[in-house]
Design a protein around this ligand. Structure first.
Ligand code: GLU
Ligand code: MG
Length: 447
């Protein structure tokens, strides 16, 4: 088979590193329409070739939902092949899996061109669309997760996540209880090149928040994939269980992955106070928000999290440092801090490439059309019944909004949108037919 890529200067470096670091398996990872991180691994002895050709993969996997139920999607049947082709810039050893490394990958056709259902390509295209108008976007996910142990249910139901502690929100005792785990996690992330920004134990049993530094959009999404898998992998190695599911414990605080954004023109942050571009970008986010949530809050479980009084947001409004607004204008931290926007309806069950790509399209649409975001909201919007537009209350509602959003449907393109809708509708139907404990377990198992 013909090689897909031209020789890349990174390739030699990767091969040398893999040998030096004793790496035997290199995982080529991608995110699917169910938000699941999947992949195949090349052995080191075959890596030189596989970096070029990728590894063959059935087109059908992009029609698989998070319960491993294959959906019927045209052009994603049993016939047809794509390649999982790793991006040479993303090679990273996995400290929690000695002997293994990972590379974030695109799904490509056999001639090397991008497959129209590749999620990472969707984000790359969105970044290119921004660049064509002179902008770049910096982003960071701010993820929360629940740390505990996996125990069988004495009543014979699905396994349960028993939280590690009952320490209070931001309480010093919580730092100590989770200390050994957090040290391992931080060292692993830093080794992988993710710069850890903050850490604290948060609200509710076992909840942790650890954020990493912002990066250009594609890198930020790649980072979030690695983050998710490392949070869970480090826990597994310590016989613990960690879940980034939006609402692993139905009656406790949810796990968000708020998305922090700043738009740049060369070296200038365009989200500074008084910026018109910032207001238009917010206008775009708000205009598309009901539809956007189908991508940024991508699972059935996501909609247990969105609700008032949880700082997770329940209304499509914005406001300066308003923790109940879907879009918060964050005041910069000190002299070196950068003004940024925080999108709260965002969690780690989303496919980060689709999520961030859609956010870019929405914001850019606002800038192009000079969309007025209206007045900022400086109260808890839930205290003014009927005054503000609520966010969708379920995945089905969000998917209906997505189907009705011409701009986002166009941006997704025919194959991607039909597969995404089929996969997500199937998940909504599968969980609606079962007990809530089934939904909680399966989201904890995957996210
Ligand atoms: N746990 C909240 C959420 O679900 C976020 C709390 C915070 O602001 O850190 O989004
Ligand atoms: Mg938090």
């Amino acid at each position: 088979m013909a090689k897909i890529h031209q020789p890349d200067p990174n390739v030699r470096r990767i091969l040398e590193r893999a040998e030096l670091e004793g790496i035997e398996l290199i995982r080529f990872l991608y995110a699917d329409h169910g938000g699941v991180i999947r992949g195949k691994a090349a052995s080191r002895s075959r890596l030189a070739e596989r970096l070029g050709t990728g590894i063959g993969h059935t087109v059908a996997m992009m029609a698989m939902n998070m319960l491993d139920q294959l959906q019927e999607v045209e052009h994603m049947g049993p016939v047809g092949e794509v390649r999982i082709v790793p991006d040479p810039a993303t090679y990273v050893p996995l400290p929690h899996a000695p002997g293994a490394a990972a590379m974030l990958s695109d799904l490509r056709l056999q001639d090397g061109s991008p497959w129209e259902a590749c999620s990472r390509t969707f984000l790359k295209d969105a970044v290119t669309a921004l660049a064509a108008e002179g902008y770049t976007l910096m982003a960071a996910f701010e993820p929360e997760f629940t740390l505990g142990r996996r125990l069988p249910d004495p009543a014979g139901g699905p396994d349960r996540l028993v939280p590690l502690d009952d320490s209070l929100c931001y309480a010093n005792a919580g730092f100590d209880i989770a200390h050994d785990y957090t040290m391992k996690l931080i060292r692993a992330l830093e080794t992988m090149g993710l710069r850890v920004e903050h850490y604290h134990p948060e609200l509710g049993p076992g909840q942790q928040e650890l954020s990493v530094r912002h990066a250009p959009a594609l890198r930020a999404a790649d980072n979030h994939v690695l983050y998710r898998e490392t949070v869970r992998g480090v826990a597994m190695r310590m016989s613990m269980w960690a879940s980034l599911a939006p609402k692993p414990l139905a009656d406790q605080a949810g796990n968000g992955a708020h998305l922090h954004l700043s738009l740049w023109n060369d070296t200038r942050n365009l989200f500074e106070e008084g910026s018109q571009v910032r207001d238009w970008f917010i206008g775009g986010l708000l205009a598309h928000l009901p539809a956007l949530t189908a991508l940024t809050c991508g699972s059935v479980n996501s909609f247990r999290r969105l609700g008032p009084r949880m700082w997770a947001s329940a209304y499509a409004v914005y406001g300066p440092d308003n923790r109940e607004a879907a879009v918060r204008i964050c005041s910069p931290l000190g002299e070196t801090g950068e003004p940024n926007l925080e999108l709260k309806p965002s969690d780690s069950s989303a496919n980060p490439y689709l999520s961030l790509g859609a956010v870019i399209h929405a914001g850019l649409d606002g800038v192009r059309r000079k969309l007025d975001p209206g007045d900022p909201v400086d109260v808890d919007p839930d205290t003014r019944p009927g005054q503000y537009p609520p966010l969708p209350r379920s995945l089905e509602q969000a998917l209906d909004a997505l189907e009705a959003d011409e701009m986002l449907m166009e941006a997704l393109g025919p194959l991607r949108r039909s597969a995404y809708l089929a996969v997500k509708r199937s998940e909504a139907a599968a969980f609606a037919a079962k007990d809530p404990s089934y939904e909680l377990f399966h989201h904890m198992r995957v996210f």
